[in-house]
Write a protein that binds this ligand. Structure first.
Ligand SMILES: Nc1ncnc2c1ncn2[C@@H]1O[C@H](COP(=O)(O)OP(=O)(O)O)[C@@H](O)[C@H]1O
Ligand SMILES: [Mg+2]
Length: 319
């Protein structure tokens, strides 16, 4: 369904080019939920934005590689093609719904806009669909809600509105960037439940971006672990929890407060932080924080090596 090949994203920063994503490859199958896991700053969001090229103009992002969606390479697609795909075939849900909802427009008009752009349904049919979808995502009083503005809703309700908006056109792929991170734990669990149910009904593929192993355990079949702009490990969720191979993944597991998956668990317990893009010239990017690092790790970049069963790792001394 979606294949990202050797994706590189460069920005101009203080007069020089930096690459927060540097040679990332992974794929996502029909009806599959894949987690993109990693600490803050490792390049997850810019990877997501590159799929639909949603960068602000000012960022002067330069992209190379390929992003294959069905027959098309989205990196080569023109603006008209991208507009026809956005919202209809691929929808996105962000961490902070207020940045994606327009505060000046009523909820109903914003959702209806999706269907006006992408379908030829009548106004009445659109209204009915919008109300039905708001009810489906668990919002009561949907018929009144359509006339309200985003600021009158709670964070959890706004995220439900975003999910309704994303699913209205029955996209084939849903890209979720930390969809529950801004919500408190009980609401997080409800939203994840809702997404799982909707996924079962609509058979949408999901790319689930998160820093939260609990979300991965609950939602995903496969995981891609990113570190400092690269994929460092990739495997099924069972394998990742049973046999994490990369020392970084190991550290993420140990940083968790408990073995059972609690949404909201943070990954702050690994000493040090993700190096900013462009600061590591050679070797493994995790070496400075790694308890297993040897000389070669600081000198030569390991390649992603296949361990079998779809499990691969980028490490000289994997577990
Ligand atoms: N528009 C931009 N210009 C320059 N650097 C950027 C831009 N957007 C993101 N970055 C940098 O790219 C890196 C990865 O960011 P991001 O994808 O947001 O990480 P994550 O989502 O994993 O927390 C960070 O170092 C960030 O500062
Ligand atoms: Mg992010």
């Amino acid at each position: 369904m979606l294949t990202i090949e050797n994706l590189k994203i460069e920005f101009k920063s203080h007069g020089r080019r930096v690459a927060p994503v540097d040679g990332v490859s992974f794929s996502l199958g029909q009806d599959e939920t894949v987690g993109l896991l990693g600490e803050s700053g490792c390049g997850k969001s810019v990877t997501a934005l590159s799929i639909l090229r949603l960068f602000p103009m000012a960022s002067q992002a330069r992209l190379s590689g390929a992003i294959r969606f069905g027959e098309r390479d989205l990196l080569q697609a023109d603006d008209a093609t991208l507009r026809s795909i956005r919202g209809k075939e691929i929808a996105m849900i962000f961490q902070e719904p207020m940045t994606s909802l327009n505060p000046l427009h009523r909820i109903g008009d914003q959702l209806g806009e999706m269907l006006r752009i992408h379908t030829s349904l009548s106004r009445q049919a659109i209204d009915a669909k919008v109300i039905a979808m708001l009810e489906r995502v668990g919002l009561s009083r949907a018929a009144q809600l359509v006339d309200e503005y985003p600021h009158s809703l709670s964070g959890g309700m706004r995220q439900r509105v975003m999910i309704a908006m994303a699913l209205l056109c029955q996209p084939r792929l849903l890209v979720c960037d930390e969809p529950t991170t801004a919500l408190d734990v009980t609401i997080q669990a409800q939203i994840l439940d809702l997404m799982r149910d909707l996924k079962r009904e609509q058979k949408t593929s999901i790319l689930m971006i998160t820093h939260d192993l609990g979300v991965v355990a609950e939602m995903c079949q496969r995981v891609v672990v990113m570190y400092a702009g690269q994929v460092v490990e990739q495997s099924s969720v069972e394998d990742l929890f049973d046999r994490p191979a990369h020392p970084y993944t190991h550290a993420l597991m140990r940083a968790r407060p408990a073995l059972d998956a609690t949404p909201g668990a943070s990954l702050t317990a690994i000493p040090g932080s993700v190096p900013p893009p462009g600061t590591i010239a050679q070797g493994c990017r995790f070496a400075a924080r790694c308890t297993r690092a040897q000389d070669i790790c600081r000198q030569e970049m390991p390649v992603l090596e296949n361990l079998g069963d779809g499990h691969s790792v980028r490490c000289w001394y994997p577990h």
